[in-house]
Structure formats: structure tokens, C-alpha cells
Ligand binder design. Structure first.
Ligand SMILES: NC(=O)c1ccc[n+]([C@@H]2O[C@H](COP(=O)([O-])OP(=O)(O)OC[C@H]3O[C@@H](n4cnc5c(N)ncnc54)[C@H](O)[C@@H]3O)[C@@H](O)[C@H]2O)c1
Length: 337
């Protein structure tokens, strides 16, 4: 049996708690939950019938095999280092860290202690994104030529002590938000060569003092161009909440996805009628899937699906976007050390 501890019971700790509630078929138990704020810990403890404990005490319990880190990004490196050195396998929310140095340290400490590290790049588990990747791998559709991706909503003001607004704590809109699309695009088109990006402050929200909207254009080594836009600047009274969309054009057709449309996924082939794929089944939970895949890897000693190395490569793209936006110049991905 895998005994799990969730560290951090904020927004993502709650999301993961809900996911574990659906895993009654697995031989697992969420033994502990932990948060510096007792009320937040209580909410997750009740959901999972788990005990509340401090991070330090949890690490001392030899029964715990998996630590699920749902704390703010600026804590990931330090907590991973501590948990790995106590022999715990780690599932860490994305982004892996805020610098390449920290991400590498996390990878190294997990290797040294022979524990698994996986990072929550959950977009890889969203069915529409999985379907698009599968289609782009078929000769009928062909690989992409140009792509555009969007994800956004209003400012994440739920963050404890408003940490999202501090670029030193969250990395800003590219590192925290657009990294989802950077990571996914790498799985489809391979490694990027260069990026040009800009970021601006658009919203009037009191909690947000820094740039909250970013646009990046990536050139991949295979020639594909992708335009990635991420926003925390949508107004509070938008008729839709947080949402995502993408369009990929290839030699043979176009794939279009928009989470706000009733027919979300649309494949259009040249000289053929439109082909529609129905929306995602409501019971499918991508957060549950990514955790199931990780638990399976721990249980069976197999490779994790999203390794620390993979997450580091996606972080490098996001950091390149930050440099480009700051210095207003194109940046080669390999520049980011
Ligand atoms: N995968 C996704 O779709 C997605 C979405 C949002 C956020 N995230 C990521 O998830 C992580 C958490 O984000 P959030 O929105 O849940 O933040 P949050 O501020 O809502 O919650 C973080 C919680 O961690 C707790 N915490 C911090 N240090 C702790 C410690 N040492 N011991 C116990 N508890 C501790 C804090 O008290 C806080 O309640 C971030 O890395 C963020 O980028 C991922």
C-alpha cells in the first residue's frame, strides 16, 4: 500500500484531495495532510479522513512513501530536498522551481536518494490536448506548421499572502501559467530553439501590481512557430471563468479547441467535411489521472511520465520568455543556464 501525505492544502491541495477521493479502487491511503494554516488543513483532512501533521513530523514516519507537494512554487526546492533525503517519492506541483539551479538540485537529490520525482504538468493529461497530439502524429493530419495557444482568467487572488503577484515567488505569468502550454508544446513539436516575448499589466485588480498578461512566440527546432498567450487579466465579471483554447494548422488541416464552446474540439481536413469530437466526459479528472500514473510508477518501479528533467526543460522555456520580455529581445533557449 502507498501511504501518501499532501503538503499544502490551498487550491491545489484541495484539487488533489478531491482526486484521491476518487481512487477507492487503488491500494492507497492519504495518511496525512499538512498546512501552515490549520483551517485549510482541516478542510482536506475531513475530505480524506486524514490526520493533520507538520511537514517535519510527516517525514519522520517511515510508512509514508509519497509526498505530494502542493505548496507555493518558491518552497518546492527546499521541501523536495528535505523529503527526498528522508526517502520519500515526490509528486510536485508545477512549475518545478523558479531557477534551473534549483530544479537541477531537486533532480539530483532525488536521484541520489533513489526516489522518484514527477511534476504536475497536467495539460498532458487533458483529453483534448492528448487527442490533438495523437492526431498530429498521424500522416493524415501531419505535423504542425503554426500553432496558437491561450490560457487565462482573472488574477489568482486566492494565493496565500498574494504570492502569485511576486515574480520572485511565482515567476510571473510565463513561469506560473504559460508554462503549461510550453510544456505541452514540447511534447508535440520537440525542443524549441528561440523565443520572443512581451508582458504587460492589463488588469485593474488591487492585488495585482505586476505584469499579468504575456505573449510569447516560440520557434521550434523543427521549424514550427507557436504563439502562446497567458493571462491573469480577464475581468472578474467575464461570463466564463478560467479557460483555454488552441488552434494548430498543418499542411492537411486544422485542429481547433476552445473550452468555452459547446462543441469544444473541431478537426477540419482539407476538402472534407468537418469532423467533430465530442466534449470530455464529465467524470474524467486530469488531476486524478496524473496522480494515478505517478502512483503506478512508484508501485511498479517504472519510469514516471513527467520527470524532473522534463519539467526543467519546460521551465527553461518560461525563463527564456521572462528574459525576452524584460530585455525586449529574442532569446535562444540554450542561453538560459
Ligand atoms: N496544475 C495546475 O493546474 C495548477 C494550478 C494552480 C496552481 N498550481 C501550482 O500549485 C502550487 C500551489 O498553488 P496554490 O494555488 O494551491 O497555492 P495556495 O497559496 O492556494 O496554497 C499553498 C498552501 O501551501 C501551504 N504551505 C506552504 N508551505 C508549507 C509547509 N512548509 N507545510 C505545510 N503547508 C505549507 C500554505 O500555507 C498554503 O495554504 C504552486 O506551485 C502553483 O504554481 C498548479
Amino acid at each position: 500500500m502507498q501511504k501518501i501525505a499532501i503538503i499544502g492544502c490551498g487550491m491545489m491541495g484541495k484539487t488533489h484531495s478531491k482526486a484521491y477521493q476518487n481512487m477507492k479502487d487503488l491500494d492507497i491511503c492519504v495518511k496525512y495532510v499538512s498546512d501552515l494554516d490549520h483551517k485549510k488543513a482541516e478542510a482536506c483532512a475531513q475530505m480524506l479522513n486524514a490526520e493533520i501533521q507538520t511537514f517535519e513530523n510527516i517525514l519522520k514516519d517511515p510508512e509514508i512513501t509519497i509526498v505530494d507537494l502542493c505548496t507555493q512554487t518558491f518552497t518546492h526546492a527546499e521541501l523536495t530536498e528535505k523529503a527526498a533525503s528522508m526517502g520519500k517519492n515526490i509528486f510536485c506541483e508545477k512549475p518545478i522551481a523558479l531557477s534551473i539551479k534549483d530544479a537541477q538540485r531537486m533532480i539530483d537529490v532525488c536521484k541520489k536518494n533513489n526516489v522518484k520525482l514527477s511534476v504536475g504538468h497536467v495539460v498532458r493529461f487533458f483529453p483534448e490536448y492528448m487527442k490533438a497530439k495523437e492526431l498530429l502524429e498521424t500522416p493524415e493530419i501531419g505535423s504542425g506548421a503554426v500553432a496558437r495557444f491561450y490560457r487565462g482568467g482573472n488574477f489568482p487572488s486566492h494565493g496565500t499572502d498574494n504570492w502569485f503577484d511576486d515574480i520572485k515567488k511565482s515567476g510571473g505569468v510565463f513561469v506560473d501559467l504559460s508554462i503549461h502550454d510550453f510544456d505541452y508544446l514540447r511534447t508535440v513539436f520537440g525542443e524549441p530553439e528561440s523565443i520572443i516575448a512581451r508582458s504587460v499589466k492589463l488588469s485593474e485588480t488591487k492585488e495585482c501590481k505586476n505584469n499579468d498578461h504575456g505573449l510569447a512566440v516560440i520557434r521550434f527546432k523543427n521549424g514550427v512557430l507557436a504563439h502562446v498567450e497567458g493571462s491573469w487579466a480577464e475581468p472578474d465579471n467575464m461570463p466564463v471563468g478560467f479557460h483555454t483554447k488552441f488552434e494548430v494548422n498543418t499542411k492537411n488541416g486544422m485542429i481547433h479547441f476552445d473550452a468555452t464552446e459547446s462543441m469544444t474540439f473541431n478537426l477540419q481536413l482539407k476538402r472534407k467535411q468537418n469532423n467533430y469530437v465530442a466534449a470530455r466526459p464529465s467524470e474524467y479528472n486530469p488531476y486524478e489521472q496524473e496522480l494515478r500514473v505517478f502512483i503506478d510508477a512508484v508501485q511498479n518501479g517504472s519510469e514516471v511520465k513527467v520527470s524532473g528533467e522534463e519539467a526543467l526543460k519546460s521551465l527553461r522555456v518560461a525563463l527564456a520568455a521572462n528574459i525576452s520580455a524584460k530585455e525586449k529581445r529574442p532569446v535562444l533557449i540554450e542561453e538560459v543556464k
